[in-house]
Design a binder for this molecule. Structure first.
Ligand code: FAD
Ligand code: PYC
Length: 416
């Protein structure tokens, strides 16, 4: 067996990819599908996978205007946790975390999910009161969470500065040990490969330019590759949600903002936990390649740019160096931005719409990567059954009419 593996490795290494099979097909679009999913990010691909796997709906296409995972899925800082404040949100994110825990096995693809623990730091008395409240709420919902002291943080993360003689001293933190990070590209690729194997057509370079309707019911989409008819259409386009909503005559309560991140040169392992601080406006982890992965609060203005900016780099690095003075000597390699779709209550929309057969999944803002499997799982249920699962029922569009908002700005843990 061992000999065979070495031979096979050599043969593949010397074949210049000739013998490699595609991880998923690249079919031409059919004229009609049972379900069309607009957006080939992690959420769209996960939706297609669970439609096929859990509901036996396999005549499905995922339409992506660029390349799969080229949106926020491939641009985020990959933090996964479920420690939200309100029961509705924490149960949704906890469903997702449970799916993450078995995802590599389920997809037969290593998404490199690493449960190294997430610390949300507190820097003043009010932060610590909020942390205590959220940890208590998490525990009541069966979610692992604990309050830790500055000394405990220092023991676990020796490079962090816990001096009291700084502008934002660290008083303590919430810790979710089951939280962590994953490899973002692999999540898109794993869902794509598994969905394709179940018969889903993944169609890249296919931009949706219109949503066709007839007497209040969706009939399909216009695309840069022609008209595609569909009995049902699910839209999962993150920062472009309002643009797609407009195509269907829907006005969504979404603001689109750039959110930036950057990575350093690779280094030997120095940080094996995720550290987030809302007060200093920064969060940091170390990737398996050794790069420091660093993120910022959202850009203050609305925009569709997927770029970084010097002002944000400077502000974010100030924040990170306040926490880790030693990192002042690390060189930064790359910066970028993604477009995040933010609802007034910092919670998502996973919902039917006023158009029959048209469903929207958006508003994940700065925090949807962690929700990728759970979002796909609940959205697939909503589309297949034409009604929400109990986990996503509170995230219906109607909450903006009834006022039943679920305010998660605090637990979103990224400055808005
Ligand atoms: P996307 O991956 O953006 O997929 C949407 C797709 O729709 C895109 O590929 C786009 O090209 C496509 N599309 C758009 N318009 C059309 C059209 N007209 N036709 C066809 N296709 C179209 N979340 C966390 O939980 N943890 C984090 O640490 C974290 N960090 C972040 C850091 C940054 C810098 C950013 C930008 C985001 C971060 N997020 C984080 C948020 C997270 O990335 C998103 O919420 C999540 O990835 C959204 O996934 P998605 O599949 O809905 O979106
Ligand atoms: O939601 O945990 C999060 C997050 C971290 C960085 C961006 N979003």
């Amino acid at each position: 067996m061992k000999k065979y593996s070495v031979v096979s490795l050599l043969r593949n290494a010397l074949s210049y990819n000739r013998n490699w099979t595609e991880a998923w097909r690249s079919p031409a679009p059919q004229r009609e599908y049972d379900v069309v999913i607009v957006g080939g990010g992690g959420h769209g691909l996960a939706t297609a996978y669970y439609l096929a796997k859990e509901h036996g709906i396999r005549n499905v296409a995922v339409l992506e205007k660029g390349w799969i995972g080229g949106g926020n899925t491939g641009r985020n800082t990959t933090i996964v946790r479920s420690n939200y404040l309100w029961t509705e949100a924490s149960l949704l994110y906890e469903k997702s975390l449970k799916l993450w825990e078995g995802l590599s096995q389920d997809l037969n693809y290593n998404v490199m999910f690493s449960q190294r623990g997430v610390y949300n730091l507190g820097h003043n008395l009010q932060d610590m009161r909020d942390i205590e409240r959220r940890v208590a709420a998490n525990r009541l919902n069966g979610i692992d969470a604990e309050v830790v002291t500055a000394e405990q943080i220092k023991n676990a993360v020796p490079l962090i500065n816990t001096s009291s003689n700084v502008r934002y001293p660290i008083l303590g933190a919430s810790l979710q040990r089951r939280g962590g990070v994953a490899r973002h590209d692999a999540v898109a690729w794993g869902f794509a490969r598994a969905a394709d194997a179940l018969g889903v057509d993944i169609i890249q370079q296919c931009e949706v330019t219109g949503i066709n309707r007839d007497r209040g019911r969706v009939t399909g989409v216009e695309t840069t590759r022609g008209t595609i008819n569909a009995k049902k259409v699910g839209v999962v386009v993150a920062g472009n949600a309002s643009v797609l909503g407009d195509m269907a005559g829907l006005r969504l309560p979404i603001e689109s903002h750039p959110l930036q991140a950057l990575v350093s040169e690779p280094m030997k392992p120095v940080l094996d936990a995720v550290i987030m601080s809302n007060a200093v406006h920064g969060y940091i982890s170390q990737s398996d390649k050794g790069e420091l992965v660093i993120g910022a609060g959202i850009d203050a203005y609305i925009g569709y740019g997927q770029r970084g900016s010097f002002q944000t780099i400077e502000h974010t690095m100030e924040a990170i160096i306040a926490l880790f003075p030693m990192f002042s000597r690390v060189r930064m390699l790359r910066q970028w931005g993604g477009i995040v779709d933010i609802c007034p209550d910092a919670c998502p929309i996973i919902s039917k719409t006023s158009v029959d057969g048209l469903y929207f999944n958006c508003g994940w803002g700065t925090g949807g990567f962690k929700a990728t499997p759970g979002s796909g799982w609940t959205f697939a249920h909503t589309i297949a059954q034409n009604q929400p699962h109990e986990l996503n029922a509170p995230f219906d569009l109607r909450r903006f009419e009834t006022g039943a908002l679920i305010d998660e700005h605090g637990a979103a843990a990224v400055a808005h």
